[in-house]
Design a protein around this ligand. Sequence first.
Ligand SMILES: Cc1cc2nc3c(=O)[nH]c(=O)nc-3n(C[C@H](O)[C@H](O)[C@H](O)COP(=O)(O)OP(=O)(O)OC[C@H]3O[C@@H](n4cnc5c(N)ncnc54)[C@H](O)[C@@H]3O)c2cc1C
Length: 437
Amino acid sequence: MSRTRVLILGGGYVGLFTALTLKRKARGTVDITLLDRRPYMTYAPFLPEAGAGSIEPRHAVVPLRRELKGVKVLQGKVTGIRHADRTVTAATDIGDELSLEYDELVIALGSVSRTLPIPGLADFAIGFKYVEEASAVRNRVLGRIARAATTTDPDLRKRLLTFVFVGGGFAGVEAFAETEDMARAALRYYPELSDEDLHFVMVEAMGRILPEMGPDMGDYTVKELERRGMRVLLETRLEGCENGHVKLSNGEEFEADTVVWTAGVRPAPVLAESDLPLGPKGHVSASATLQVVTEDGEVVPGVWAAGDCAQVPNLVEGEGDWCAPSAQHAVRQARHLGANLAAHLAGRELKQYKHKHLGLVASLGLNKGVASTMGIKLRGWPAWVMHRTYHLLQIPTFNRKARVALDWTTALFFRRDMVSMGRLQEPRRAFEEAARS
Ligand SMILES: Cc1cc2nc3c(=O)[nH]c(=O)nc-3n(C[C@H](O)[C@H](O)[C@H](O)COP(=O)(O)OP(=O)(O)OC[C@H]3O[C@@H](n4cnc5c(N)ncnc54)[C@H](O)[C@@H]3O)c2cc1C
């Protein structure tokens, strides 16, 4: 009997967990291929800690080839999806074009930063969705502190030490608070600088931050961040950041050498060019069985979708509600999708995805956090412990759990590493200088 060719696009939460589930449940009947631009799955909830030096950035990612034995893992960028022909095209890093055929397709392409046409944004700002961005923010912040310590020009010093984060959602607040915590800790080694020299500014268009956690936790977090000396500007929009000249909707203008954009996500853009049915915001339309469906709810045979790139009905909340983009939904949907796909291939009945969101835990720096889960609200150290325990249990593979636990333990005894590795971005510089001198 010939095996069913399953092609999974994307190797993040959904891609990895779908492949693992399918491998187990449809053993011997499927040939699974997984395609991603990166050779690893990113455990995004650890990015703020990786950016803050509490975790080695490599330990916040899971290598796909190592964990997906028996699955064909390809590296490349999806450039086209023609489901009518059951063909996907992809570009490899060396410029070749791949054409992949399949019997069943899983769309697990996640999301990208949702940007706006703000002058300077695309050229000057940086996102915080991938490990390379978290590492770059960390190197930048530590590098700017080192430079600021060597200048006597007060304007330049202020520009170097002004860090603007735009977007006060869950990921943005964590990135903002963790980065500030690291920067403040780094000042210990710079007697030339004082706490007042650091300027951390959060810009949020809505009247509150952390909407996912409710108004009380949002208000608490604003007070907590302000108590630490950070500015949280609510009902304020970024209107420009050309060459670091920041303009805000409240009329303020100032210079900042670092602008981090964490103002939400949108579905992977390649979907817009596919022949798959999309929802109003560009997500692939999926049913509660995680099969792709048309506007009229008719199943499109041979294609499945889940996670940030999919519009999946939230059966807990009822008609018209969709599952929010979160790791919690992504992991559970992926396992559900894998089981449903295996059931479909075996001619069994499919089950509907229904999951009540358990809430969120967020770290705001060492020993600081907020949590809102199953009706329980925690603040400060208990929330931070819950954050670490929860994510240590959740990060895939024992290998990564062990490495992260070791990172934390080492930092407990020797403090976290404060070295800036900005020069990693220009590895040939020293050699070129040597060759020229
Ligand atoms: C900083 C941060 C912190 C977060 N913290 C939490 C948290 O604490 N709790 C929580 O529930 N959620 C959290 N989230 C959200 C969570 O990470 C996402 O909801 C989750 O990653 C979605 O999983 P996914 O598989 O749909 O997408 P992803 O995990 O993003 O995977 C998509 C994959 O597709 C690949 N891809 C994209 N486009 C292409 C292409 N054209 N070709 C090839 N490959 C492609 C990408 O490389 C990626 O590997 C956080 C997100 C961020 C950014």
